[in-house]
Design a protein around this ligand. Structure first.
Ligand SMILES: CC(C)(COP(=O)(O)OP(=O)(O)OC[C@H]1O[C@@H](n2cnc3c(N)ncnc32)[C@H](O)[C@@H]1OP(=O)(O)O)[C@@H](O)C(=O)NCCC(=O)NCCS
Length: 201
Protein backbone atom coordinates (compact mmCIF):
# COMPACT_ATOMS: atom_id res chain seq x y z
CA UNK A 1 0.00 0.00 0.00
CA UNK A 2 1.25 3.51 -0.81
CA UNK A 3 1.93 5.63 2.28
CA UNK A 4 -1.31 7.44 3.15
CA UNK A 5 0.22 10.09 5.40
CA UNK A 6 1.19 12.88 5.90
CA UNK A 7 -2.23 14.33 5.07
CA UNK A 8 -2.72 18.04 4.53
CA UNK A 9 -6.09 19.72 5.09
CA UNK A 10 -7.04 23.41 4.88
CA UNK A 11 -5.61 24.24 8.31
CA UNK A 12 -3.83 21.09 9.47
CA UNK A 13 -1.06 18.66 8.74
CA UNK A 14 -1.45 15.09 10.01
CA UNK A 15 2.11 13.88 10.20
CA UNK A 16 4.61 11.64 11.95
CA UNK A 17 6.05 12.70 15.32
CA UNK A 18 9.37 14.38 15.99
CA UNK A 19 11.38 14.40 19.23
CA UNK A 20 10.79 18.18 19.34
CA UNK A 21 7.00 17.62 19.69
CA UNK A 22 7.41 16.58 23.33
CA UNK A 23 6.56 19.95 24.99
CA UNK A 24 3.46 20.38 22.81
CA UNK A 25 2.26 16.86 23.59
CA UNK A 26 2.87 17.35 27.29
CA UNK A 27 0.99 20.66 27.32
CA UNK A 28 -2.31 18.89 26.58
CA UNK A 29 -1.51 15.49 28.11
CA UNK A 30 -0.93 16.94 31.59
CA UNK A 31 -4.14 19.01 31.51
CA UNK A 32 -6.79 17.48 33.85
CA UNK A 33 -9.58 18.97 31.69
CA UNK A 34 -8.28 17.22 28.57
CA UNK A 35 -8.05 13.83 30.29
CA UNK A 36 -11.35 14.10 32.21
CA UNK A 37 -13.03 11.41 30.05
CA UNK A 38 -9.99 9.36 29.04
CA UNK A 39 -8.61 6.18 30.61
CA UNK A 40 -5.10 7.74 30.66
CA UNK A 41 -3.54 10.84 32.20
CA UNK A 42 -2.92 13.39 33.44
CA UNK A 43 0.61 12.60 32.34
CA UNK A 44 3.78 13.25 34.25
CA UNK A 45 6.70 14.44 32.08
CA UNK A 46 8.20 10.93 32.29
CA UNK A 47 5.01 9.34 30.99
CA UNK A 48 4.76 11.80 28.09
CA UNK A 49 8.39 11.10 27.19
CA UNK A 50 7.88 7.35 27.23
CA UNK A 51 4.65 7.60 25.19
CA UNK A 52 6.45 9.73 22.59
CA UNK A 53 9.36 7.24 22.52
CA UNK A 54 6.81 4.49 21.82
CA UNK A 55 5.18 6.47 18.99
CA UNK A 56 8.60 7.24 17.46
CA UNK A 57 9.52 3.56 17.64
CA UNK A 58 6.20 2.54 16.05
CA UNK A 59 6.95 4.94 13.20
CA UNK A 60 10.39 3.41 12.65
CA UNK A 61 8.84 -0.03 12.34
CA UNK A 62 6.09 1.27 10.09
CA UNK A 63 3.30 -0.27 12.14
CA UNK A 64 0.49 -1.27 9.83
CA UNK A 65 -2.25 -1.95 12.35
CA UNK A 66 -2.06 1.09 14.59
CA UNK A 67 -0.96 4.57 13.57
CA UNK A 68 -0.90 7.65 15.79
CA UNK A 69 -0.30 10.96 14.02
CA UNK A 70 0.49 14.45 15.18
CA UNK A 71 -2.11 17.12 14.40
CA UNK A 72 -0.05 20.14 13.43
CA UNK A 73 -1.69 23.55 13.07
CA UNK A 74 -0.10 24.88 9.88
CA UNK A 75 -0.46 28.57 10.78
CA UNK A 76 1.49 28.08 14.04
CA UNK A 77 3.69 25.16 12.91
CA UNK A 78 3.04 23.39 16.20
CA UNK A 79 1.45 20.17 17.39
CA UNK A 80 -2.00 20.84 18.87
CA UNK A 81 -3.17 17.25 19.31
CA UNK A 82 -2.99 13.66 18.18
CA UNK A 83 -5.22 11.29 16.27
CA UNK A 84 -4.98 7.50 16.16
CA UNK A 85 -6.42 4.75 14.01
CA UNK A 86 -6.14 1.07 14.81
CA UNK A 87 -7.13 -1.82 12.56
CA UNK A 88 -9.04 -4.17 14.85
CA UNK A 89 -9.86 -6.95 12.39
CA UNK A 90 -7.80 -7.32 9.23
CA UNK A 91 -10.19 -9.77 7.57
CA UNK A 92 -13.32 -7.73 8.32
CA UNK A 93 -11.43 -4.50 7.51
CA UNK A 94 -12.63 -2.67 10.61
CA UNK A 95 -10.81 -0.06 12.65
CA UNK A 96 -11.41 2.25 15.55
CA UNK A 97 -10.01 5.73 16.04
CA UNK A 98 -9.49 8.32 18.77
CA UNK A 99 -8.27 11.87 19.26
CA UNK A 100 -7.12 14.47 21.81
CA UNK A 101 -6.60 18.18 21.40
CA UNK A 102 -4.93 20.93 23.40
CA UNK A 103 -7.72 22.78 25.26
CA UNK A 104 -6.65 26.17 23.86
CA UNK A 105 -7.76 24.97 20.42
CA UNK A 106 -11.10 23.36 21.28
CA UNK A 107 -14.37 24.22 19.50
CA UNK A 108 -12.81 25.54 16.31
CA UNK A 109 -13.55 22.47 14.22
CA UNK A 110 -9.95 21.21 14.21
CA UNK A 111 -10.71 17.66 15.38
CA UNK A 112 -13.60 17.31 12.94
CA UNK A 113 -11.25 18.46 10.16
CA UNK A 114 -8.54 16.00 11.22
CA UNK A 115 -10.93 13.07 11.70
CA UNK A 116 -12.60 13.80 8.37
CA UNK A 117 -9.23 13.49 6.62
CA UNK A 118 -8.39 10.34 8.58
CA UNK A 119 -11.67 8.56 7.79
CA UNK A 120 -11.43 9.56 4.15
CA UNK A 121 -7.95 8.01 3.96
CA UNK A 122 -9.15 4.95 5.89
CA UNK A 123 -11.91 4.36 3.34
CA UNK A 124 -10.22 5.39 0.09
CA UNK A 125 -6.55 4.59 0.73
CA UNK A 126 -6.49 1.81 3.34
CA UNK A 127 -9.69 0.19 2.05
CA UNK A 128 -11.41 -0.19 5.42
CA UNK A 129 -15.13 -0.89 5.36
CA UNK A 130 -16.29 -0.03 8.88
CA UNK A 131 -14.86 2.62 11.20
CA UNK A 132 -15.98 3.07 14.75
CA UNK A 133 -15.11 4.86 17.97
CA UNK A 134 -16.32 4.94 21.53
CA UNK A 135 -16.45 7.68 24.13
CA UNK A 136 -17.66 8.34 27.66
CA UNK A 137 -21.40 9.13 27.48
CA UNK A 138 -20.66 12.47 29.24
CA UNK A 139 -18.09 13.49 26.61
CA UNK A 140 -20.41 15.62 24.47
CA UNK A 141 -17.59 17.29 22.51
CA UNK A 142 -16.26 13.89 21.45
CA UNK A 143 -19.57 12.49 20.22
CA UNK A 144 -20.49 15.81 18.58
CA UNK A 145 -17.36 15.37 16.44
CA UNK A 146 -18.57 11.91 15.43
CA UNK A 147 -22.08 13.14 14.69
CA UNK A 148 -20.68 15.98 12.55
CA UNK A 149 -18.77 13.31 10.60
CA UNK A 150 -22.02 11.49 9.86
CA UNK A 151 -21.31 8.60 12.22
CA UNK A 152 -24.29 6.85 13.77
CA UNK A 153 -24.73 6.00 17.43
CA UNK A 154 -25.15 2.23 17.34
CA UNK A 155 -24.97 1.33 21.00
CA UNK A 156 -24.53 2.47 24.54
CA UNK A 157 -22.64 0.14 26.83
CA UNK A 158 -23.15 0.23 30.57
CA UNK A 159 -20.05 0.38 32.78
CA UNK A 160 -17.79 -1.18 30.15
CA UNK A 161 -14.56 0.77 30.73
CA UNK A 162 -12.61 1.23 33.94
CA UNK A 163 -11.61 4.88 33.88
CA UNK A 164 -9.54 6.32 36.70
CA UNK A 165 -10.91 3.77 39.15
CA UNK A 166 -14.58 4.10 38.11
CA UNK A 167 -16.69 2.18 35.62
CA UNK A 168 -17.93 4.45 32.86
CA UNK A 169 -20.77 4.10 30.33
CA UNK A 170 -19.75 4.42 26.64
CA UNK A 171 -21.44 5.33 23.38
CA UNK A 172 -20.31 3.51 20.24
CA UNK A 173 -20.48 5.39 16.94
CA UNK A 174 -19.74 3.91 13.52
CA UNK A 175 -19.85 4.59 9.80
CA UNK A 176 -19.62 2.19 6.84
CA UNK A 177 -17.43 2.93 3.83
CA UNK A 178 -20.44 3.08 1.50
CA UNK A 179 -22.19 5.56 3.78
CA UNK A 180 -19.06 7.70 3.91
CA UNK A 181 -18.64 7.74 0.13
CA UNK A 182 -22.35 8.50 -0.49
CA UNK A 183 -22.20 11.35 2.02
CA UNK A 184 -19.07 12.83 0.46
CA UNK A 185 -20.59 12.57 -3.00
CA UNK A 186 -23.77 14.34 -1.85
CA UNK A 187 -21.67 17.11 -0.26
CA UNK A 188 -19.68 17.55 -3.48
CA UNK A 189 -22.91 17.78 -5.53
CA UNK A 190 -24.33 20.45 -3.22
CA UNK A 191 -21.05 22.42 -3.36
CA UNK A 192 -21.08 22.20 -7.16
CA UNK A 193 -24.69 23.40 -7.35
CA UNK A 194 -23.82 26.41 -5.17
CA UNK A 195 -20.79 27.24 -7.32
CA UNK A 196 -22.86 27.03 -10.51
CA UNK A 197 -25.51 29.27 -9.01
CA UNK A 198 -22.87 31.79 -7.83
CA UNK A 199 -21.34 31.78 -11.32
CA UNK A 200 -24.81 32.34 -12.77
CA UNK A 201 -24.72 29.09 -14.77
C1 LIG B 1 -13.11 15.77 21.95
C2 LIG B 1 -12.18 16.85 21.38
C3 LIG B 1 -11.00 16.15 20.71
C4 LIG B 1 -12.97 17.68 20.35
O1 LIG B 1 -12.07 18.57 19.73
P1 LIG B 1 -12.53 19.95 19.03
O2 LIG B 1 -11.46 20.31 18.06
O3 LIG B 1 -12.92 20.93 20.04
O4 LIG B 1 -13.81 19.45 18.20
P2 LIG B 1 -14.62 20.28 17.13
O5 LIG B 1 -14.37 21.75 17.30
O6 LIG B 1 -14.32 19.70 15.79
O7 LIG B 1 -16.12 19.93 17.51
C5 LIG B 1 -16.57 20.01 18.87
C6 LIG B 1 -18.09 20.09 18.90
O8 LIG B 1 -18.55 19.80 20.20
C7 LIG B 1 -19.36 20.86 20.68
N1 LIG B 1 -19.22 20.92 22.12
C8 LIG B 1 -18.10 21.05 22.84
N2 LIG B 1 -18.39 21.02 24.16
C9 LIG B 1 -19.73 20.85 24.25
C10 LIG B 1 -20.63 20.75 25.34
N3 LIG B 1 -20.22 20.78 26.60
N4 LIG B 1 -21.95 20.60 25.06
C11 LIG B 1 -22.39 20.54 23.80
N5 LIG B 1 -21.58 20.63 22.71
C12 LIG B 1 -20.26 20.79 22.96
C13 LIG B 1 -18.82 22.07 19.96
O9 LIG B 1 -19.74 23.13 19.98
C14 LIG B 1 -18.60 21.47 18.57
O10 LIG B 1 -19.83 21.28 17.89
P3 LIG B 1 -20.41 22.34 16.80
O11 LIG B 1 -19.38 22.48 15.72
O12 LIG B 1 -21.68 21.71 16.36
O13 LIG B 1 -20.61 23.63 17.54
C15 LIG B 1 -11.65 17.78 22.48
O14 LIG B 1 -12.74 18.28 23.20
C16 LIG B 1 -10.70 17.07 23.42
O15 LIG B 1 -9.49 16.99 23.17
N6 LIG B 1 -11.21 16.56 24.55
C17 LIG B 1 -10.35 15.89 25.52
C18 LIG B 1 -9.81 14.56 25.03
C19 LIG B 1 -10.95 13.62 24.69
O16 LIG B 1 -11.94 13.56 25.42
N7 LIG B 1 -10.79 12.89 23.59
C20 LIG B 1 -11.80 11.97 23.14
C21 LIG B 1 -11.77 10.73 23.90
S1 LIG B 1 -13.11 9.66 23.35
Amino acid sequence: MDPWFPIETDRLLLREFRVSDEPDIHEYACDPEVVRYTDWGPNTRDITQSVLRRWLKEQEHGLEHSVTLAIELKSEKRLIGTIRIEVKDERARTADFGYSLNRRYWNQGYTTEAAHALIDAAVRRIGLRRIWATCDTRNVASYRVMEKLGMRREATFRKDVLQKGEWRDSHLYAILAEEWLAREEAKAEIAEAFESRAAGV
